[in-house]
Write a protein that binds this ligand. Structure first.
Ligand code: PEP
Length: 252
């Protein structure tokens, strides 16, 4: 179902104490704002998932992981399986983030496996896609995003695909302070929705949440979220400051 979502991707930041403080500040703010129309998702590192899911029982946010193994179980030292995440109360998981594609060489085949395992374990994948700067400069952004969707998630069956959340994250905007203009975001989101309609039909396309990510902050979120095909944001840096993150949540 199409929902407004603001998800915070903490990446590899915060100590246990800092994470504890940040969650508490966010919880206080959520209680005050009583914001019911937006689904808030916190995606801390694996080490803080237990604390985050514990606190979630007293608050109005859901918990996401930043990664998952493409294997079901077994001798994969250092990996974390989808069923482990589910058993901890994790409801979402980011997959295909550009940092994982770049530094950990995640392949499309692995992303399909991750999406399938997550869905089998009742966790909603947040699938990231987006072009790098030379691709945008060469006006190839639409081809790149189409290819990423086709190779990683358009092979899912319709019932599975209908549960996926897409995050359009132009790589040149991630952590750079350069944000896509509202027009660039809307144009790509509308394109992604049209691709989904072509592949899975209008109903599924209409109901898919498509988030924007890439230097989205307390100042620019309102303008980005005002676009008809932008259903919220995947927030990196600004999700580490409770005040900014809460303001972004309040930007709808
Ligand atoms: C991200 O890493 O998903 C992201 C959008 O980062 P930032 O908001 O810092 O650009």
């Amino acid at each position: 179902m199409r929902r407004k979502i603001v998800a915070g991707n903490w990446k590899m930041n915060n100590t246990f104490q800092e994470a504890d403080e940040l969650i508490n500040e966010i919880m206080d703010g959520l209680e005050e704002a009583n914001q019911k129309s937006v689904n808030v998702v916190l995606c801390p590192p694996f080490t803080f998932l237990e604390m985050t899911t514990d606190y979630a029982q007293e608050s109005d946010y859901a918990v996401g992981a930043q990664n998952v193994s493409c294997h079901d179980a077994g001798a994969y030292t250092g990996e974390v399986a989808a069923k482990m995440l589910e058993s901890m109360g994790v409801e979402y998981c980011i997959i295909g983030h550009s940092e994982r594609r770049k530094y950990f060489h995640e392949t499309d085949k692995e992303l399909t496996q991750k999406a399938e395992l997550l869905l089998k374990n009742n966790i909603l994948p947040i699938f990231c896609c987006g072009e790098i700067l030379p691709e945008r400069e060469a006006a190839k952004q639409f081809d790149v995003v189409k290819q990423q969707l086709t190779d990683a998630v358009f092979n899912l069956d319709p019932l599975d695909f209908a549960k996926i959340i897409i995050a359009y994250e132009p790589v040149w905007a991630i952590g750079t302070g350069v944000t896509a203009t509202p027009m660039q975001a809307q144009e790509m989101h509308a394109y992604i929705r049209s691709l989904i309609a072509e592949k899975y039909g209008k109903e599924i396309a209409k109901n898919t949440s498509i988030l924007y990510g890439g230097s989205c902050n307390a100042e620019n979120a309102k303008e980005l979220f005002a676009n008809p095909d932008v259903d919220g944001g995947l927030i990196g840096g600004a999700s580490l400051k409770a005040k900014d993150f809460l303001k972004i949540i309040d930007s709808f």
